[in-house]
Design a protein around this ligand. Structure first.
Ligand code: PHE
Length: 345
């Protein structure tokens, strides 16, 4: 039958087939993603694409031939879509391998994207919690804005004690007005000892790691904000030997070798006796932090039976531990947040 005499269905099908052929041709010969996109607009464009135009012809098809015409229409649409997908994929891989672009030298080193990482102090905190967790100490937390009871009074630091000097603490004027109570940024994590003992009965084995604040001028070993790790153990028969053993196990775990620990007499209002603990590493004695046996006055402040229970506490500087481990010589480097420094850890 000559084309002029063909039925509406036949010419509809023939036009669609021609359209498909043209589409395959265009997508197949596209040599850049842009050309693929141009072909997509020309054939599949929602407004004036050629397929859309062909689809409109469906209206001219007699009712009894419509199902057949519709099926063909769908098939052609899927085929055009497949040709488009294939062209896009072909171009994507070619571009990736650099074959589409003769100026692209795939033997040159690429740009590496850097992985983010945790701040060295966060890494240290995680590791310390992990070590102390294995020694049976569970984490405890307390607020950084504290009242005087938890930062001083219950810790046996009376009102006239020099540790309460405004020059040595960040007292908050705003918070104080709230309920008439004086508040300050905690100057030590020993506050958490009180918070834990107020709420729980022995046996207690907790570790508290967090920020503390003191108005010190920043220098290589001081910073107005730093972190402490506070340990607290309360039970029957806890003594200095228990404390020393725990510190020794901790030092050995953290520094990765058998580390001798020694204790020297010291003074803290909330411990009696009080000690300063040192460990021997890299050929010299290095200070750990303060520690001691909980003063009975502290137990009285939280309502513990001082005849039955004894306990120890220690407070170590987290920055110092981190700096020793990584050979950092200036604490300020930890808080300048220069990525060239932070990237090393
Ligand atoms: N809180 C003390 C300080 O900041 C350290 C310490 C903690 C001492 C626990 C003894 C017991 O210096």
């Amino acid at each position: 039958m000559a084309p002029g005499n063909s039925s509406p269905l036949e010419s509809f099908v023939r036009e669609l087939d021609a359209l498909l052929e043209a589409a395959r041709q265009s997508f197949g010969s596209a040599s850049s993603l842009q050309q693929v996109e141009e072909a997509r607009v020309a054939f599949l464009g929602a407004k004036s694409g050629r397929f859309k135009a062909a689809q409109k012809q469906l209206g001219q098809i007699p009712a009894d031939a419509k199902p057949t015409a519709g099926q063909h229409l769908n098939r052609v649409k899927n085929e055009i879509q497949a040709a488009f997908d294939a062209a896009k994929a072909r171009f994507a891989t070619e571009s990736f391998r650099g074959e589409a672009d003769p100026t692209f030298d795939r033997t040159l080193p690429g740009t590496t994207s850097r992985l983010g990482r945790l701040h060295p102090i966060t890494q240290t905190i995680n590791e310390l919690m992990d070590i102390m967790g294995r020694l049976g100490f569970s984490p405890a937390y307390g607020p950084e804005v504290e009242d005087e009871r938890h930062n001083f009074e219950a810790l046996n630091i009376p009102a006239d004690h020099p540790a309460r000097d405004p020059l040595d603490n960040f007292y908050l004027s705003v918070a104080s007005k709230r309920d008439g109570e004086t508040r300050l940024l905690r100057s030590q994590t020993s506050t958490v000892q009180i918070r834990v003992m107020e709420n729980r009965q022995p046996p207690i084995r907790v570790i508290s790691l967090g920020r503390v604040y003191r108005p010190d001028t920043a220098d290589p070993t001081h910073y107005p904000m730093f972190h402490q790790m506070e340990g607290l153990m309360v039970d029957e028969h806890v003594n200095l030997a228990t404390l020393k053993t725990v510190l020794q196990l901790f030092a050995t775990n953290y520094l990765g070798a058998s580390v001798p620990v020694r204790i020297r007499p010291s003074f803290f209002p909330f411990t009696e006796p009080s000690v300063e603990a040192d460990y021997f590493w890299n050929g010299k004695w290095t200070e750990f932090g303060g520690a001691g046996i909980i003063d009975p006055n502290v137990f009285k402040a939280v309502g513990y039976d001082t005849e039955r229970y004894t306990g120890f506490a220690f407070g170590l500087g987290v920055e110092r531990l981190c700096m020793i481990r990584h050979g950092i010589i200036d604490i300020r480097n930890l808080y300048t947040n220069d990525v060239r420094f932070l990237r090393q850890f």
